[in-house]
Design a protein around this ligand. Structure first.
Ligand SMILES: [Zn+2]
Length: 419
């Protein structure tokens, strides 16, 4: 059951990401009758007192809002946010936080006051944002959740080069260099041969400089990186890669080379655009591998299970090595216990009323028991048993099958259990 720190962290992040996704989905569906839903993104280095001051300021400016309903709603939302901020000392939690508050339509002309705080998103919040609209601002947070991976970026031609990072969806330029490679026109008096030699030397020097820049940035991070993308015009990028200028471990991480017109900082973004297919493929690589293994075990081995109850049973036995959950699964689980102590569960779609249950063993009718999120329920057991959870995308065929043909839940087993 011992698991190393890395997988503990990953496990924590998976769970946290799932919680975030749930809250975002909930928030996305809310509407306000006026411009009255407040969202505040707080970066990690922003003092809570500054945020409170900003909220106070907005509260006083809101008194100018003409519609009485909207005015009251905005001020109520701001007051609720201010109340929440009292729970924090000087600074927000790691990576910052996002506050949502407002009176949302709850049907039939009624409104309901909603306040949610999301702490420590998967990536640091970059800048302070105050947003008041008829909807909550969830996109920046949603983008962080789809973010996967760290990639090294290199763009170059014979004149200049930029290197940087792709973190999730964010491009970060880090270093640049420009070359002293002379143009193709030689000056009068120079022999053609000598000119050509000097030019080749200058090009070689420049490639070495670019490689040095990339090595310095990428080599220390190579174990965290998912790959390297290289862009530029032909034949520069080809020469650069074929010439083995990069550190050999980095050279093996190159996922592809791409035609890019610009090699300034904007070229890094062009590179990411050009590589979108490769990146999308990479994003579901782990999911694909795990589903391949699942199908292999299903057909030729015995170390696979699927469906809620069998998977749950295997989880409780500690037999599940990896718990596979479809990213698009939305189910609740209700636990029923009859007076004879028989415990049974039902898995329900959301939203759906909790029905009565007939105990399959004694026929007793049991009224609704405890209802909770099915994924939370399974992940909690997985946590206690040292089982890793993998959320599987539905963006490929076998991932879709997990959701539609296997109930959205499966497990790769440590040993065959016959369940
Ligand atoms: Zn019973």
């Amino acid at each position: 059951m011992a698991s190393d720190d890395t997988s503990d962290t990953e496990q924590y992040q998976d769970k946290q990401k799932y919680e975030f996704r749930k809250v975002i989905e909930e928030l996305k569906d809310y509407h306000g009758s006026g411009t009255q839903l407040v969202t505040i993104y707080v970066p990690p280095d922003r003092l809570i007192s500054d945020v409170v001051a900003h909220v106070t300021q907005e509260h006083s400016e809101a008194s100018n809002i003409k519609s009485k309903d909207t005015r009251t709603n905005v001020q109520d939302a701001l007051k609720s946010i201010k109340d929440r901020l009292k729970y924090y000392d000087t600074k927000p939690p790691e990576n910052g936080m996002v506050l949502f508050s407002g009176a949302v339509d709850s049907g039939g002309g009624q409104t309901e006051m909603i306040t949610r705080v999301l702490e420590s998103p998967p990536q640091p919040i970059e800048s302070f944002r105050y947003h008041c609209d008829s909807e909550f601002l969830t996109e920046p947070l949603a983008e962080m959740l789809t973010d996967k991976g760290l990639f090294g970026l290199i763009v170059l031609d014979r004149r200049e080069s930029n290197v940087g990072w792709l973190r999730g969806k964010r491009v970060e330029p880090v270093k640049s260099a420009s070359s002293l490679v002379p143009g193709k026109q030689r000056k009068g008096g120079q022999s053609a041969q000598r000119f050509a030699r000097l030019r080749l030397e200058a090009i070689d020097n420049f490639y070495q400089e670019v490689a040095g820049m990339a090595n310095e940035l990428f080599v220390p991070k190579r174990h965290e990186m998912n790959g390297i993308l290289v862009g530029g015009p032909s034949p520069t990028k080809d020469e650069f890669l074929d010439g083995d200028y990069l550190h050999h471990e980095l050279q093996d991480m190159v996922l592809g080379k791409f035609d890019v017109a610009y090699t300034d900082e904007s070229g890094l973004s062009d590179l990411v655009d050009s590589a979108s297919e490769v990146l999308a493929e990479h994003e579901i690589l782990e999911d694909k591998q795990v589903m391949e293994e699942f199908f292999e075990q299903l057909h030729d081995g015995e170390k696979a299970t699927y469906g809620f109850e069998p998977t749950r049973e295997n989880l409780i036995m500690g037999a599940v090595d990896q718990l596979l959950i479809s990213e698009d699964l939305r189910k609740d689980v209700v636990t029923y216990e009859c007076s004879n102590g028989h415990e049974e569960r039902e898995y329900l779609d959301r939203p759906e009323d909790t029905p009565e249950h007939t105990c399959s063993r004694c026929g007793e009718t049991v009224s609704a028991g405890e209802r909770e999120d099915a994924i939370d329920h399974l992940m909690e057991i997985a946590d206690q048993r040292g089982t890793d959870t993998v959320f599987v995308s539905t963006d490929f065929e076998k991932g879709e099958q997990l959701l539609n043909a296997f109930g959205g839940v499966a497990g790769l087993l440590r040993y065959s259990t016959g369940v």
